[in-house]
Design a protein around this ligand. Structure first.
Ligand SMILES: [Zn+2]
Length: 350
């Protein structure tokens, strides 16, 4: 079956990534690939619409990505290779921003991908070596030229992102304006231009983090998946896990500690809680409408319960309670949610 040629630049790039993987992993130095079923070197052809090649003699399928650290990832191979090039080329904290700009994805996803590549490189061994080879060839073949012009964002955006990261790491007391300025790559003066005080910067960072979380959830819910998958996304985001959600919860704690003295913080907390609860309610209602959920109480009440329980578990887990690991929090929340929505126990277990 011939492979259809595509004029979509993303598809072309993805084909190039697969072809590179195939050559490096299965047909190095121009040798014929080895077919395990034939137990001999054979010629292979690409199977259209799959990330696979087939043996011309016996038809056995081989998925080049399955022997790489990116096996099973829904992220395009080309995006992984782009990320690997950036990570290997530019040590330092700016990498997620560069990955986000080059791939046109949000910071959270970019951070996750950067971390994954970093883990592989740090672990060393065959995977790290393979990744270095792939990244080197990917770059040499000129595939890593970003299709999109990286958008470093306005100075104000950069300050928000930087404030979010620094304050989540150190807390607002230990954060100096100069730290935020350095992280954002702007002058102290420009921070003072946008924000009157550290509290104002914290509030802006908090809003920014909340918007990111909301945008992530909305994007997941827009995907063409089942109600149960929507619910899983919701559970996933409800407990701090990767650095993105972790920072957001740490910011929540910073903001909560200021609520009593600053009414603006309370307004923002209420607004963000409300928005989150509305999203939860939307998922629950959809599940009731399509018959997936059989809630044990009126759905608005089940929603309130979910928000209260998940918030408590999330805070304990974020603070590092010894009896509330991320896994324990996720498991408790999954069990509770299944019970509340009339799903079999264990159905939502992480
Ligand atoms: Zn074969």
């Amino acid at each position: 079956m011939p492979v259809e040629t595509s004029s979509d630049p993303d598809a072309v790039k993805e084909d190039a990534a697969l072809a590179l993987l195939w050559t490096v992993v299965h047909a190095p130095d121009g040798r014929l690939p080895f077919c395990r079923r034939c137990e001999a070197h054979r010629t292979f052809h690409r199977i259209s619409r799959r990330r696979a090649y087939a043996c011309d003699s016996c038809g056995a399928h081989v998925y080049p990505a399955s022997s790489t650290p990116f096996a099973g990832s829904p992220v395009p191979l080309a995006a992984w290779l782009d990320t690997a090039v950036i990570v290997l080329d530019s040590p330092g904290k700016t990498r997620p921003n560069r990955v986000a700009g080059a791939l046109g994805i949000d910071y959270r996803r970019a951070w996750r991908m950067t971390r994954r590549v970093d883990e592989i490189v740090q672990a060393g061994g065959e995977d790290a070596e393979l990744l270095r080879r792939l990244a080197g060839l990917w770059k040499r073949h000129g595939h890593n030229q970003p299709d999109r012009v990286p958008d470093p964002g306005s100075p104000e955006d950069r300050i928000r992102v930087a404030a979010c990261r620094i304050m989540a790491q150190r807390g607002i007391e230990a954060t100096r304006i100069a730290d935020i300025a350095r992280e954002a790559g702007v002058s102290n003066a420009s921070i003072h231009y946008y924000f009157q005080s550290k509290d104002e910067a914290l509030l802006a960072a908090f809003r920014w983090a909340g918007d990111q979380l909301h945008a992530t959830l909305q994007r997941l819910l827009d995907g063409n998946v089942t109600t149960l998958e929507h619910l899983r996304h919701l559970l996933d985001l409800s407990i701090p896990g990767d650095q993105g959600t972790f920072e957001e919860y740490l910011l929540w704690l910073e903001v909560w500690s200021r609520v009593r003295r600053h009414p603006a913080f309370l307004d923002e907390c209420v607004r963000m809680s409300r928005r989150w609860a509305d999203a939860v309610l939307g998922v629950f209602r959809a599940g009731v409408a399509d018959g997936t959920f059989a809630p044990v109480a009126p759905i608005t009440e089940v929603c309130e319960r979910y928000v209260a329980i998940s918030e408590s578990l999330a805070v304990r887990s974020a603070l590092g309670y010894s009896d509330m690991s991320e896994h324990a929090a996720r498991r408790l929340l999954a069990r509770f949610t299944a019970e509340q929505l009339g799903l079999p126990a264990g159905r939502l277990d992480p």
